[in-house]
Design a protein around this ligand. Sequence first.
Ligand code: AMP
Length: 250
Amino acid sequence: MKVMVCVKRVVDFNARIRVKPDKSGIETENVKMSMNPFDEIAVEEAVRLKEAGKATEVVVVSCGVERAQDTLRVALAIGADRAILVRAENEVLQPLGVAKILKALAERESPRLVLLGRQATDDDAAQTGQMLAALLDWPQGIFASAIQVDGDTVNVVQEMDEGTKTLSLPLPAVVTADLGLNAPRYVTLPNMARARKQPIEMIMPEELGVSAAPRLKVLGMDTPPARSGVQMLPDVAALVEKLKNEAKVI
Ligand code: AMP
């Protein structure tokens, strides 16, 4: 069973987010970039499926700028076998455009399972996996906190407010990874050095016959208003005093 994992290069979760001066988006120049954390979980799961003898090949794919190669190399270091970068240098990529590219790649690669993150931490859209499943007309199991492949079926456990729900999907299927699915392994230096030597296939969206042109326009982006400062109190008595005399019901 071939598994295709989709990984996005996003601003590192430790980096400070800055809005561009023209408010058209967030600053990505001179900011630390990393693999979207949910995608790291998806890669880890695919590699575990391979280690368990359920998957035969793990192909990682990314759509974006040339530097997204670094992200793909991290996936190779975790244990993916092959990497493909769809170069979209000048294009503003939105979930539908990405889903169209990923559909074309899925048709070319014929995976039995496509894994994505539940959402990208930059746009928080949580749309690409769902759109990809719809375009492919494949079943989807989103926000997976456990996956079990059994023959021609994948069982996907989702966490709900009331407990868990288990879906049984016939393969091929699209699954998006939630935080609880696994804890990704630490990427070791020797594995990273090995990954640096592995080739990465580069494709242009036109070669896939896809237009990823944006369909939505971002009108503006702003930083949230500054919060008023936090006051440290010396003891519980001071807290009770404040609650009694200053706290207001809003
Ligand atoms: P989103 O719908 O933007 O929140 O992204 C959900 C998931 O889709 C991500 O966690 C990735 O697995 C995948 N994805 C989104 N954008 C890209 C991209 N440019 N390249 C590859 N995968 C992507």
